[in-house]
Design a binder for this molecule. Structure first.
Ligand SMILES: Cc1ncc(COP(=O)(O)O)c(C=O)c1O
Length: 379
């Protein structure tokens, strides 16, 4: 069946416009079979043999996300971290990687605990610092650059095009964790990235009920095929039910992310004028250091994530969080419900997140209720 033509909003809303060839159903069935029958001549009618690499629901969601990001191919995984770490699994002993120092803490922890044992050499560069990045390149040895934009948990924005130009001039692949931008706001491949990573647990699914990850590639390559082999042979495959739920969530991605971004901007403006807030980190604010690049690279909003620093350190920040009534006190992000957390409590010592930082994920509620909650929390 031919895929639907149209803008990403249209492709997402109609899940590429597929109808079930058996029943004509507009909603695709959930495919849970782990194995596929051979014909009388022992051939595989559809090339599918076993679910680890050939699940129908997984392939459908991969094709949708690939289209939204404007890529060549996509691979889904059982979690965002399984997706984030897959490119590192595909490297060879002796390879060198350059990793931004401000990224999701789980990736930093994996690199700290497992990279050396696998013979991968890691250097961290200060987030967004092109000069430092250039000085750390080892010609012919550095294979991969890893960055996240906007970056957890202070939402630093990195110029993907500038990093990609520099990295490519040294033959280095660029991978971008675009979980918080989503294809709605930024399509990293259009800015030069080679691989895009999403924790689909967050905005892509959007309902806090699926654990999933996805990688999207600009083009086919031996490295990409090695990542595919890693998924096949190590087995971090997305389940069929999760793939189906993710597909259901994706249909409303554009509406959700635009509303979450509008709510976050409104809340960030209100918080930045509040005397009980020391600092607001949000790339949508004109005074934010990442604002100029964000205007160039993010379209239709600056994302649903922001963070605040409150005066008085860890105890004061936790006390503010404990007064929340509309916001849920929980880790994670990207769901339709607003959540906040004392971020350092969730992270390990690998990060330098300030103890007085509260991370906020805006949902789709009426923004007046979100502002009202902070009004009473901050007193
Ligand atoms: C930016 C980012 N990347 C990756 C991950 C890991 O995703 P998952 O929790 O789906 O494994 C997270 C999780 O919070 C994240 O925020």
């Amino acid at each position: 069946m031919k895929d639907l033509p149209g803008a990403p909003e249209t492709l997402a809303a109609q899940a590429l416009g597929q109808e079930d060839p058996v029943s004509g159903a507009l909603v695709p069935p959930v495919h849970l079979s782990t194995t596929f029958a051979r014909l009388d001549d022992y051939s595989l009618p559809d090339g599918r043999s076993y679910v680890r690499d050939h699940g129908e629901s997984q392939q459908h969601v991969e094709r949708v996300i690939c289209a939204l990001d404007g890529g060549f191919d996509a691979i889904s995984f059982s979690s965002g971290l399984a997706a984030c770490t897959a490119p590192f699994h595909a490297l060879n002993q002796g390879d060198h990687v350059l990793v931004s120092d401000t990224i999701y803490h789980g990736v930093l922890s994996w690199l700290e605990e497992f990279a050396a044992a696998r013979g991968i050499d890691v250097d961290l560069f200060p987030v967004g610092d092109l000069g430092a990045f250039g000085s750390l390149v080892r010609p012919g040895v550095t294979r991969l650059a890893w960055l996240e934009t906007p970056a957890n948990p202070v939402w630093t924005v990195t110029d993907i095009a500038a990093f990609s130009d520099l990295a490519h001039s040294h033959g280095i692949l660029v991978a971008v964790d675009s979980t918080c931008a989503t294809p709605v706001l930024t399509r990293p491949i259009e800015h030069g990235a080679d691989i895009v990573c999403h924790s689909a647990t967050k905005y892509l699914n959007g309902h806090s009920d699926v654990l999933a990850g996805v990688l999207v590639t600009r083009e086919d390559s031996a490295f990409w095929q090695r990542i595919r082999r890693h998924r096949l042979l190590a087995g971090p495959t997305l389940g069929g039910m999760e793939a189906w739920l993710l597909m259901r969530g994706l249909r409303t991605l554009y509406l959700r992310v635009r509303q979450q971004s509008a709510n976050a901007l409104c809340l960030a403006e209100w918080l930045s004028a509040h005397p009980g807030v020391e600092k607001v980190h949000y790339p949508g604010l004109p005074q934010d250091p990442g604002h100029t690049i964000a205007c160039k690279q993010m379209h239709g909003g600056f994302g649903g994530m922001l963070s605040i620093l409150v005066p008085g350190g860890r105890e004061a920040a936790i006390a503010v969080a404990c007064r929340a009534r509309v916001f849920k006190r929980a880790t994670s992000l990207g769901g339709v419900e607003s959540v906040l957390e004392h971020r350092k409590t969730s992270e390990s010592d690998v990060t330098s997140t300030p103890e007085n930082l509260i991370r906020i994920s805006c949902g789709i509620e009426l923004v007046d209720d979100l502002i009202g909650d902070f009004e009473q929390m901050l007193g």
